[in-house]
Write a protein that binds this ligand. Structure first.
Ligand SMILES: Nc1ncnc2c1ncn2[C@@H]1O[C@H](COP(=O)(O)OP(=O)(O)OP(=O)(O)O)[C@@H](O)[C@H]1O
Length: 910
């Protein structure tokens, strides 16, 4: 059989690893395996969604010409002929759509494990996962610390250590928490820093005397004339074995002086060890409180960060009493595990998966068919400092006896891109093997240009591509930081290029929005400096603008709205809408301004279509027809972390080192670890370049700075090969291209939305209300009062900050009306109920709100909160109806459930 049950692919970018994973997934389905027995984990939500889409698309289009490579690969894996595949296809597709599948991100998978047994560790199962603002976490922590009376410890630590890096003690605590289960046990010791300092001090004084006695010049004595041990310790003087190796001391270094030097070096080395022990001791004492505060806050609020998720899942799997039961439960589900981007799996994530992987291997050899497959590329490992450990790739293979195979052909990029990437990395990256181009690859285009004005040039090049007829959706800008992305987005929008900015950044960090809020602050408090940013943005001075309309009694919404209109500040910017929505929750300006500064409102993307703007990290695993890659706009960050973690061979942390200036002169092990760290930092930054330069399909344009460029590391020079040609859109792509649904915002905020026709305009509040209503319905376990209570709790967690209280009450009311609706309950009778069912039909992935399956027919139901676009709704549901009928082969009815303010209305479309 050509299906190797235990296999890994270690291969370069674009060589088809994710492709192979999808082939394997579908092959398993054709080999009779149930979707619920296969766990396929990818790294990002986008990758998971794409893979689901790919599975459905390929299952549907097995016979399509452009799916040939995929179908052939499935034939090879399954040893079934094309005809056999086609014969089985309807049944396999139906099975896939009908049962739950686990094509997920690791985070969402862990979240589902945790949910299934969270009560075991005192966590309510209706928790939600989202990143919390640092401010909220920091507040909890400080409250806990204050309540326990250990604030003085914190202050003492900062004072004792005189280390500015500890001002960010909160970051240190967060970093501990991220790797909590891997942390080493802290040893208790006697810690006498003062005595050690005295010993060093007395040797220092003796040294000055000995030097003076030997007639050394003043500059020699000055070297030891320090005001603190810390200062003395940091002197480059201690780089050498003996003092006489320094030219200044050559003549005077007698035996006494060399003896004192050696002794002083030893005592200083000991001093740094004692200091490290004190720092760690204090930090770990404080960490206990931090951990408590974090765990309690997560349990009480039901809001978990991704770090909480990992922490709780680890505790559940490794310490909960019922773990055997849990393994049993999960094991009964997964017979096959497929992992993408394995090079970025962290040790902790691997430890969470390990029981499941162990189960696969322990059952092997018996009659059961089980498999384990993973793919990755260590050249693309980007998360070393977040705990991603590329060494896992080989270790896991060794441990379980998995065969690692290479792949040598690039299926993604044009010939010029593949060859140029080979040229850049062959000589600069250790172990790099040149990739081959796939037969029939297009010629492609690569250009590197130098510029002092990166953003302007990036915009100019995008314009050039657009003028040539390149579709805006096919262009992606890659940048190094979220901040770079925001500046670029502003420039693009200014030039009329629509963009989609994918960022984790929050609204308060957007210069345009922050300027607007600062302007409100100016109007209220009168500090001219607060008006500056906004004046700069609109190109005016305060003297030129008339703000006499302002009164301190105006609401924050009125003021922001007026400012936006007065200054023509809108530009169809969704973020302005978000700000207006946020402002509407406050009645006075000072509270609004203050709350805004500590808010963490996610930045909106501006429209459905547009050039993508992404960080290189965010682009991992993705591909774009044309890539414009920008050098780093801001300066390179230097690594300043105060604590250095050292991992042992089992990938647990065996040492935490306190980083001190000059310590490499006293401590060989430390010096070696720092060298290793430097080497891996260089490797990491090269990996980032590798990921960035391998995303382009047809054309790649790199804009580098003349000096201090991140690309210097691979010796990148300006160049240009190939010709820019618009890639021909294949007929399938042309067919599946969506109609243009770009958002045109014509009304917002306080304006009355006045639309009688069917044209879609965006009423942001209505959209938010509709989304929240859908979310609550999705969270509703069954249609009864008890489930409603839980669903409302989830609603509050998720939308509590955005929705007003009356809107919340409205949602609850409308759903209660639905539950109480007799006709609706009758419809549910005898039906298999599925919620939020994904459906791919005619190339589009849709979500069906409610799918009811009866023995002989199906009913597709769509929820709506208003009848505003009734005709459009009907068309949409008819489309779903057609799709379900096609897929299941059963007669299918369509219904729209209007959950209106006063009543429930059921519209039957048959
Ligand atoms: N055997 C193949 N035949 C035809 N096309 C392929 C084949 N393998 C991969 N492709 C196509 O090549 C492109 C790159 O493949 P894929 O994304 O799977 O690569 P990858 O190795 O996962 O890349 P990365 O390491 O960058 O994530 C995709 O568009 C994919 O559809």
């Amino acid at each position: 059989m050509s299906f190797k049950p235990f296999l890994a692919y270690s291969a370069s970018a674009g060589s088809g690893k994710t492709f192979a994973l999808s082939v394997r997934y579908i092959s398993l389905l054709f080999m009779g395996e149930s979707p619920s027995a296969i766990l396929a984990a990818t790294f990002t939500n986008k990758a998971a969604a794409e893979m689901r889409q790919r599975v459905v698309d390929s299952l549907r289009g097995l016979a399509d010409k452009n799916n040939e490579a995929f179908t052939d690969a499935i034939c090879v894996q399954t040893e079934l002929s094309r005809e056999e595949l086609l014969r089985k296809q309807p049944e396999v597709l139906a099975r896939f759509l009908a049962s739950s599948s686990y094509i997920v991100t690791l985070d969402s998978f862990f979240s589902s494990i945790l949910r299934s047994a969270s009560l075991e560790i005192g966590l309510e199962p209706d928790f939600v996962t989202k990143e919390q603002g640092e401010d909220a976490l920091e507040k909890h922590f400080l409250e806990e610390v204050q309540a326990q009376g250990v604030l003085s410890n914190l202050v003492k630590l900062a004072m004792d250590i005189e280390d500015k890096r500890f001002m960010k003690i909160f970051d240190l605590m967060q970093n501990f928490y991220k790797v909590d289960p891997l942390l080493p046990k802290q040893e208790e010791g006697t810690l006498a820093l003062a005595r050690q300092e005295e010993a060093c001090e007395s040797l220092r004084v003796k040294m000055i005397k000995a030097l003076s006695d030997a007639g050394a010049p003043a500059r020699c004595m000055k070297q030891f004339d320090t005001t603190s041990i810390k200062e003395l310790f940091g002197k480059s003087l201690f780089e050498k074995e003996t003092l006489g190796e320094h030219t200044w001391f050559k003549k005077v270094a007698n035996d006494e002086i060399e003896g004192l030097y050696a002794f002083l070096k030893k005592e200083l080395a000991h001093w740094s060890k004692v200091k490290e022990a004190i720092v760690l001791d204090n930090l770990f004492k404080i960490y206990d409180y931090y951990k408590n505060a974090t765990i309690m806050s997560a349990k009480i609020s039901g809001v978990l960060t991704f770090d909480d998720l990992t922490y709780f899942t680890y505790r559940l799997l490794h310490e909960s009493l019922s773990k055997e039961f849990l393994y049993f439960k999960i094991d009964s589900k997964f017979k096959h595990i497929l992992l993408d981007e394995f090079q970025d799996t962290s040790t902790l994530q691997f430890l969470l998966l390990k029981p499941l992987i162990d189960e696969i291997f322990s059952g092997y050899g018996q009659s059961e068919f089980k498999s384990f497959f993973y793919v990755g590329d260590t050249k693309q490992s980007l998360y070393r400092f977040r705990g991603g450990v590329e060494e896992l790739f080989d270790k896991v293979a060794q441990n379980y006896g998995v065969e690692i195979l290479p792949m040598d052909t690039n299926y993604r990029s044009s010939r010029n891109v593949v060859e140029q990437v080979n040229r850049w990395f062959e000589t600069t990256m250790e172990g790099y093997t040149a990739q081959k181009s796939r037969p029939g690859a297009s010629e492609g285009y690569v250009e590197v240009l130098e510029s002092e004005v990166l953003i302007e040039d990036a915009v100019t090049h995008a314009k050039k591509l657009l003028q040539m007829g390149v579709d805006i959706d096919e262009i992606a800008f890659l940048v190094h930081t979220n901040k770079d992305g925001q500046s670029l987005q502003e420039a693009c929008e200014h030039e009329g290029i629509h963009t989609l900015l994918k960022t984790s950044s929050s609204l308060k960090n957007m210069p345009k929005i922050a300027a607007l809020v600062a302007m409100c602050e100016y109007l209220f408090f009168g500090e001219k400096i607060d008006a500056q940013a906004m004046m700069l943005k609109v190109g005016k001075t305060l003297e030129e603008v008339d703000v006499s309309w302002f009164s301190a009694f105006m609401s924050p919404l009125q003021v922001t709205d007026r400012l936006v209109r007065e200054f023509g500040y809108f530009d169809e910017d969704m973020n302005i809408l978000k700000l207006l929505e946020f402002a509407s929750a406050f009645s006075d300006i000072p509270t609004f301004v203050e709350e805004f500064k500590s808010s963490s409102i996610a930045v909106a993307s501006n429209s459905v279509h547009g050039a993508k703007i992404m960080t290189v990290h965010g682009s991992k695993g993705l591909e774009f027809e044309y890539v414009i890659l920008l050098d780093k706009l801001t300066r390179k960050n230097s690594d300043k972390s105060a604590l250095i973690y050292h991992y042992n061979d089992n990938l647990y942390i065996d040492k935490i080192l306190y980083r001190t200036k000059g310590r490499e002169n006293f401590d060989e092990a430390y010096a070696q670890i720092m060298e290793e760290r430097k080497a891996s930092a260089i490797k990491d930054s090269k990996n980032v370049l590798y990921v960035a330069l391998t995303r382009a399909v047809e054309g790649l344009i790199v804009i580098r700075k003349p000096k201090d460029s991140v690309f210097d590391e691979i010796g990148m020079q300006t160049m240009c090969i190939g010709t820019l040609k618009v890639h021909e859109i294949s007929s399938r792509e042309a067919f599946t291209k969506h109609e243009d649904t770009s958002v045109v915002i014509s009304n917002y905020g306080t304006q009355e939305v006045n639309s009688a026709d069917e044209e879609e305009e965006k009423d942001y509040e209505a959209i938010l209300f509709g989304t929240a209503l859908h979310y609550t319905l999705e969270m509703l376990g069954s249609f009864d009062e008890k489930s409603l209570e839980l669903a409302i709790l989830s609603l509050k967690n998720r939308y509590g900050q955005q929705l007003t209280d009356p809107s919340m009450a409205q949602i609850e009311n409308r759903i209660r009306n639905l539950i109480d609706h007799q006709a609706f309950q009758q419809i549910l009778d005898g039906a298999k109920v599925r919620k939020e069912q994904s459906l791919s039909f005619e190339g589009e992935l849709k979500q069906i709100d409610l799918l009811l399956e009866y023995e002989d027919h199906c009913v597709v139901i769509d929820y709506k909160s208003s009848k505003k676009y009734a005709l459009k709704h009907e068309n949409q549901v008819r489309y779903y109806q057609k799709a379900i009928a096609n897929i299941t082969g059963k007669r299918t009815e369509g219904m729209i459930l209007y959950l209106l303010e006063e009543e429930i209305e059921i519209k039957n479309l048959n």
